[in-house]
Write a protein that binds this ligand. Structure first.
Ligand SMILES: [Zn+2]
Length: 426
């Protein structure tokens, strides 16, 4: 196969591929020509439509690389990851010790993940919160003149919860502020790109249900959302258990994260309000994969399976009903490594019955279209960043093919990668 040249020193690359998944379409396009430079895509021609001459070098009459068997798709966007956590570590004591390190050290370790993520094919990450300013520092790093090779990162900084309730390890308490607005303002002043709320607790695996009352009322969620909007910020809500999900939806957050135990009638609400859903299968599936290490017995494993089966059924219904589905793995959670955990999440969405093209869209265009990233990501279209993946086996056969031999183009630089990707430290 012809290697794709780097688009450096002002060079424009003309690439021909057999198949295009542009990040939003519901059908692939074929016989596609793309011209791009180190920054952005300059031309996309379908069905053999060739680029205008003024975009090409003098006398150029053929593509720089012609790959009729390859599929081109946008670089992936991981919409739910915690950079301050190392997901791949399986030992509980080591995980606890890891969190005891200083914020500077956590940031240093998080920085080592950036370049591997780019090479893996991740073009952007929506960090989902930490108390130590790790995500915010990476977001600042991305915007700085000293930006290293790294995906786009934005972050809420500390999430918001109620003192004594779930989330202490990644959140600041509403009780520390005189009003919801003051609380949101403090986050914005700290540099938050968006506001993360924790209106509910988490799943009680032993009971197979969310057994705690939601942390926030609808009015509290609405006040925080209203304040965030006044500062031009979106909100995303950790929400599991149908009562808490109701409150998050009615409070008009931009997305429901996790959403375990969603009811069918809530799917219609999500669709009608264009509230996105980030289902995060991976952290729960990993509890089954590593049940022995976790010490889970047959009853708990049964609960977890039942929860995931129902979650998968909801995912398929959500897709059929037109809910905005966005892929995020909750990387950093137990056994969910950054990068590889995201691919695992996509595989779990496929296993649940989502068509591969819908999964690609959830990991690219739908995410970008809904979450207002401050960078043009997630689509193969004129004006979008030159960040994409060229796969040799079609991801439409199985989404797992995204993990096989592929070429990653990132701001015109070219990386060849295969399934031997080294995920240590992620
Ligand atoms: Zn999370």
């Amino acid at each position: 196969m012809t290697p794709i040249p780097a688009a450096n020193a002002g060079r424009r690359i003309w690439l021909h591929v057999g198949t295009l998944l542009d990040g939003t379409c519901t059908q692939p396009a074929h016989d596609v020509d793309v011209v791009y430079d180190a920054r952005e895509i300059l031309f996309v021609g379908l069905n053999g439509q060739t680029p205008p001459r003024d975009l090409l070098s003098a006398g150029q009459s053929a593509p720089d690389a012609s790959l009729p068997d390859a599929t081109l798709l946008p670089g992936l966007i991981e919409a739910h990851a915690h950079f301050f956590l190392e997901g791949g570590e399986l030992n509980a004591d080591k995980r606890a010790a890891y969190l005891q390190q200083s914020p500077d050290r956590l940031l240093e370790l998080a920085r080592t993940r950036l370049e591997p993520l780019v090479r893996f094919g991740i073009a952007g990450v929506r960090d989902a919160g930490d108390k130590d300013g790790v995500g915010l520092a990476l977001s600042r790093l991305y915007k700085s003149a000293a930006r290293p090779l790294m995906p786009y990162v934005d972050s809420p900084g500390a999430a918001l919860h109620h003192r004594g309730r779930y989330g202490t390890f990644m959140a600041d308490a509403l009780e520390n502020f005189p009003s919801p607005r003051a609380c949101v303002e403090a986050r914005v002043q700290a540099g938050a790109d968006r506001i993360k709320l924790i209106p509910t607790g988490i799943i009680n695996f032993k009971q197979g249900a969310v057994t705690s009352e939601p942390q926030m009322t609808t009015e509290e969620v609405a006040a925080l959302v209203e304040a965030a909007k006044s500062f031009g910020r979106q909100t995303f809500a950790h929400a599991s258990g149908d009562t808490g999900i109701d409150r998050a939806i009615d409070g008009e957050v931009d997305s429901i994260e996790h959403g375990f135990f969603l009811r069918d009638d809530q799917l219609a609400k999500l669709r009608d309000r264009k509230t996105a859903w980030v289902p995060t299968f991976a952290p729960v599936q990993r509890q089954i994969d590593h049940a022995q290490i976790m010490g889970w017995d047959a009853t708990i494993i049964g609960n977890l399976r039942r929860i995931l089966d129902r979650h998968g059924e909801s995912l398929v219904k959500a897709h059929q009903q037109g809910v905005l589905i966005v892929a995020g793995s909750d990387a950093g959670s137990y056994a969910v490594a950054h990068g590889t955990g995201f691919l695992y999440e996509l595989e779990l969405m496929e296993k649940a019955g989502l068509p591969a093209i819908a999964i690609v869209n959830a990991a690219t265009g739908t995410s970008a279209g809904r979450f207002a990233y401050q960078e043009k990501l997630g689509r193969i279209a004129t004006g979008y960043r030159s960040r994409f993946i060229v796969t040799h086996r079609s991801p439409l056969e199985t989404i797992s093919n995204l993990g096989r031999k592929r070429t990653v183009v990132f701001d015109g630089e070219v990386f060849e990668i295969d399934e031997t990707f080294d995920a240590s430290g992620l």
